[in-house]
Every structure is written in structure tokens, then in C-alpha cells.
Design a protein around this ligand. Structure first.
Ligand SMILES: [Cu+2]
Length: 125
């Protein structure tokens, strides 16, 4: 093995160790949503459900749904599920018109790290 090869190989294993460390300390992330992120549903949904990979701190976690004009269309009741703290749900104002909706979420996981994100889904016409 040349010195250069050894350095490359050391760097690669160091990167591998680092990525392992990062994933072990990973923050909460969205695992699944209903309606699905980026998906289209034909039946207007009555609520949006978000599932995360970690338990959430209810006080510091929220979710809001907006229409394409930025108007909030949920009932303002977005909250962490009391029975399953990895789940957050929010009811939608009825009726839900066809269109594209944006779900904006902010969560704090049990390790006190804050993460936010958003995604859209479409209600088909
Ligand atoms: Cu974290």
C-alpha cells in the first residue's frame, strides 16, 4: 500500500465512523405522513397525520396546513398525540377544496433538539 492509498483509506474509514456517530445522534425526522408527502389524494382528508422517528415534546411541537395562497386551513388544533408521542395530527377545516396544500411542522424531540420541515400534498379534482 502506498502512503497515498493509506491516507485515502484512513480518510474513508474516518468518514464512515463520523457518519455512524451522526446517525446515532440523529434528530427527529419525519418518517411518514398521511396524506403522503408529495402525494395526491382523491378523497379530501379530514386530518393530516405525521409520524416521526422519535418521541416529541408536545409543548414545542406544532403543525400548520396552508393552502396555495398561504391561508391556514387547519382547525388550529395541531398537537402531539397523547397516546403515541411520535405522532402529531391536525384537523382540516371542511370542506377541503381540490388544490395543493403545504404542511409546515416544527418539532422538538426528547433530546431537546429542534427540527422543522415542510411538504406538500395535492387533493385531486
Ligand atoms: Cu437530536
Amino acid at each position: 500500500m502506498s502512503t497515498q492509498r493509506t491516507i485515502v483509506s484512513l480518510a474513508a474509514s474516518f468518514a464512515f465512523v463520523l457518519s455512524g456517530a451522526v446517525s446515532a445522534l440523529a434528530h427527529a425526522h419525519l418518517v411518514r405522513a398521511t396524506p403522503a408527502a408529495g402525494g395526491t389524494v382523491q378523497t379530501p382528508p379530514s386530518e393530516v397525520t405525521l409520524r416521526f422517528n422519535e418521541k416529541l415534546e408536545a409543548k414545542f411541537s406544532s403543525v400548520v396546513v396552508r393552502d396555495s395562497g398561504g391561508k391556514q386551513v387547519d382547525k388550529g388544533d395541531g398537537a402531539v398525540d397523547k397516546g403515541d408521542r411520535t405522532v402529531m395530527r391536525v384537523q382540516l377545516q371542511q370542506p377541503v377544496a381540490p388544490g395543493v396544500y403545504k404542511v409546515e411542522w416544527k418539532v422538538m424531540s426528547a433530546d431537546t433538539h429542534k427540527v422543522d420541515g415542510s411538504f406538500t400534498f395535492k387533493v385531486g379534482e
